[in-house]
Design a protein around this ligand. Structure first.
Ligand code: PLP
Length: 401
């Protein structure tokens, strides 16, 4: 049958109802980033496009605070960043230690295992962080090639301290691999200062860009490890020794780079550089504080200890007797707000609220608090009226002094 015969109607132009994306990602892209995507296409080897790639790579180095030459946007989402680091650094039979305590830590362990490694998973209850003593003990015992850890665990809102891990890894001849998918652009990540050997992220969260690219950076020790490999990297597409021939001086064809996504990332990174990293981190910290104050004033319980609570991703317990989906559907239908549901043991038990990149602003916090309060009161939850937005406003007022 002809394709035409299968199509009964031609879809109308797609014009979705606008949303405020306050879930775990994607977050809202800055309007200038969306405009950049409409720039006319160039070929992936056109000198003008190669200049775009150079600029993207230079600004990624600034965002990661690294001098790593091998810093590039992998043409896929954050998971491809994870795979790139692990398939290049691990050979079949290597040992890896992964700090879990959340959904994405478990993913890291799963992907390391698929790369052929024997994986030792360090467990903690979900939402907790790892103490350096536990990591040191594992490194001493296992002597792994790779230690993997998620800086900002999106499933729990836990902010893992990374200082000291680079030195610990050097002491034990291991490579430190960091998942910064929810971290980059929202919280400090000085890759060189902290001795991180390989790091990956995404475009759609703290950088305020649509999903589609995975910034990755490999330091000298990681590159050396790749060059000393005995086994070929199992993935052709993600083999950094092939990728660097396109992203480096040689400019040899590797794959057709997603042109419009690189325009978008270039604009998003230019906005990051223009704002300044410190100012950006302070903005995220302030909006996070205001949200936490508002949720607490509503009487809700935040699931992560305040000592290691992320500002850009908050995990809040759903009040007893309240149906997760009823609230999320209502937020979406009546206010156009998207928040995330819980993962793993938090499914149906918690909401995940993201304030990332362009979405991290006072208006997002205030609207979300007002909407959530209305929704919960309508469902019969007894809440002090107006306390949440008042508590958030007090945080902003204090910061403005
Ligand atoms: N790692 C973390 C910590 C994440 O939060 C995510 C996605 O939310 C990923 C990895 C996977 O990234 P992506 O969904 O862009 O492939």
């Amino acid at each position: 049958m002809h394709a035409e015969a299968l199509m009964t109607t031609i879809p109308a132009p797609f014009q979705p109802t606008p949303r405020l994306l306050l879930g775990p990602g994607p977050s809202d892209a800055h309007p200038a980033v969306l405009r950049a995507m409409a720039t006319p296409l160039l070929g992936h080897l056109d000198p003008q496009f190669l200049r775009v790639l150079d600029e993207v790579q230079a600004m990624l180095r600034a965002a990661f605070r690294t001098g790593n030459a091998l810093t590039l946007p992998i043409s896929a989402t954050g998971m491809a960043g994870m795979e790139t680091c692990l398939v290049n650094l691990l050979e079949p039979g290597d040992r890896a230690v992964v700090c879990a305590a959340g959904f994405f830590g478990q993913r890291l362990a799963e992907v390391a295992g698929r790369a052929g490694a024997q994986v030792t998973v360090l467990e903690r209850p979900w939402g907790e962080v790892f103490d350096p003593g536990q990591v040191r003990e594992a490194l001493q015992k296992v002597r792994p090639r790779v230690l993997g850890i998620v800086q900002a665990e999106t499933s729990t809102g836990a902010w893992r301290p990374l200082e000291g891990l680079g030195a610990l890894c050097r002491e034990h001849e291991a490579l430190l691999v960091v998942d910064a998918v929810t971290a980059l652009g929202s919280v400090p990540l000085p890759v060189d200062e902290w001795g991180i050997d390989a790091v990956y992220s995404c475009s759609q969260k703290g950088l305020g860009c649509p999903p589609g690219l995975a910034p990755v950076s490999l330091g000298a020790r990681a590159v050396e490890a790749v060059e000393r490999r005995k086994a070929r990297v199992q993935s052709w597409y993600l083999d950094v020794t092939l990728l660097r021939r396109y992203f480096g001086q040689e400019r040899a064809y590797h794959h057709t780079a997603p042109i419009s996504m690189n325009y978008a990332l270039r604009e998003a990174l230019a906005l990051v550089v223009e704002e300044g990293l410190e100012t950006r981190f302070e903005r995220h910290a302030l909006n996070g504080r205001a949200l936490h104050a508002g949720l607490s004033a509503m009487g809700l319980t935040l699931l992560t200890d305040p000592k290691h609570r992320l500002p850009q991703l908050t995990c809040v317990k759903i009040p007893d007797g309240v149906d997760d989906l009823v609230v999320r559907r209502r937020l979406l239908r009546d206010w156009g707000i998207e928040v995330g549901g819980g993962l793993g043991p938090h499914k149906g038990q918690a909401w995940r609220i993201g304030l990332m990149g362009h979405g991290s602003r006072q208006s997002s916090v205030t609207l979300l608090l007002a909407a959530l309060e209305t929704c919960l009161r309508d469902l019969g939850v007894s809440l002090p009226a107006g306390e949440a937005t008042r508590a958030a406003a007090a945080v902003y007022a204090e910061a403005a002094k």
